[in-house]
Write a protein that binds this ligand. Sequence first.
Ligand SMILES: Nc1ncnc2c1ncn2[C@@H]1O[C@H](COP(=O)(O)OP(=O)(O)OP(=O)(O)O)[C@@H](O)[C@H]1O
Ligand SMILES: [Mg+2]
Length: 499
Amino acid sequence: MQQAAPLLELSRIGKSFGGIEALRDVDFSLGAGEIHGLIGENGAGKSTLMKIIAGVYHEYRGTMRLAGREVHFRSAHDARVAGIGMVHQELSVVPDLSIAENVFLGVQPTRFGVVDWRGMLRGARAQLASLGIDADPSAPLGGLPIGMQQLVELSRVLFSGARIIILDEPTSALSPPEIERLFAVLRRLREGGRSIVFISHFLDDVLNISDAVTIFRNGRTIVSAPVSAATDKHWVIERMIGAGHEELEESYTGEFHLHSRPDAPVVLETEHLSHGAAFRDVSLSLRAGEVLGIYGFMGCGQLELARTLFGRLRPDHGALRMAGRALRFRNTAQARRAGIALVPESRRSMLFAEEPVYKNTSIAILERLSRLWLRPRAEREIAARHVKSLSIRPPLVDRAVRTFSGGNQQKVGLAKWLTYDPKVLVLSEPTRGMDVGAKEDVVRIVRALRERGIAIVVVSTEPETVLALADRIVVMKKGAIAREFESATISKDRLLAAA
Ligand SMILES: Nc1ncnc2c1ncn2[C@@H]1O[C@H](COP(=O)(O)OP(=O)(O)OP(=O)(O)O)[C@@H](O)[C@H]1O
Ligand SMILES: [Mg+2]
């Protein structure tokens, strides 16, 4: 095979933030018509390198060449003009604007100098249809679930005409059918000669879609290689984290044995619970010291169910009982008083980005305890414990949350809620954005909470997460319970088949 010169070539890139070196002498190259997977632990430097390519950071060391010519972008606009588009890890959509306006944000089509609304609505509808979204483009984006918002953001860059497309964790809120549709679009773009960088912690997905992969560790390039039979998941994990890969892989592949606990007391029960078009006739029981997994594709009603358990949504029909007593929550404060806690899927947006980690992790306690308790020393100590148990990196409780990598912010968002000691803990997408090692930490923490007798509900669109955490699994499909697995041996395939 003839080796053409790469379209984009970065050499010896270095970048530091204050005293922290995020990238050290990184080399990276991307061919024309190539899908290139970028892999590495939380904080490895993936987003930082991509932001350099996309012109977000312009102070760095090293050189960048585009089609053989040295370039140094001064702004994101510069990079866009050069044909580089990026979908950032943190959603940058505008919830108050319509879906169509979000699709064409910054590049609204005009006719004779005025915005061509009809053209925009038509264009948006067609683009979204190719990603499988059937939504009214004139409706406000904020009304869509987070996974759909992620697709809208993707469509903006995918169809912008950029010749280099950078996708920083584009699938974190998507479920298998949407991911498949996205991959079909990516393959079409590749055939059209576009180049794509694909960042994800879902290693199977990266290996499935990419022609080549690059692995980062600690701000350095460990290896770049074409994807082949030899570059399997095992190979990747070994290079990604250096050691302990066998242990990690174990819990994420193959068969899972569910250990239901039919004799433990029932803590929470729902009977024929329904809410609008979101879900209907959901009857569940949750026992002390068990983890109930609720699995389903995006939009199957699982998020609304979680919110209903927590009093954020009110059921139209059906009953909710705790320890046999019927409950009707009018708001979340009542649910909390009854001993129910919810860790929402959008926890990063609830962080105070400019505040240090220790303040962010203690907010949940401050709500519960009197102000007298506000002692910075104690807050810092609690935060330091979380930082350790979730391996938050760098382990600095005084740093502003904004300066942490995406996955590490997710961990801070989770830590904040683990200070609670509820009777029922509802975790929505607890491992989103986390690398394999961090997911393992979450598994360990959830098990410890279960040992304390807390009844836990894990709601997720990630089959691996549900399988690794749950003692019993309920599969939801289009708003209803489709199947329940208990005391069984189950694999990812069987779970997917039921959804
Ligand atoms: N604005 C910033 N200020 C200070 N430090 C930063 C900033 N942005 C990133 N860093 C640091 O640079 C390092 C690399 O972060 P980066 O966001 O590139 O990681 P990542 O590989 O994308 O991780 P993740 O998988 O969690 O998204 C981390 O140690 C992070 O804390
Ligand atoms: Mg990142």
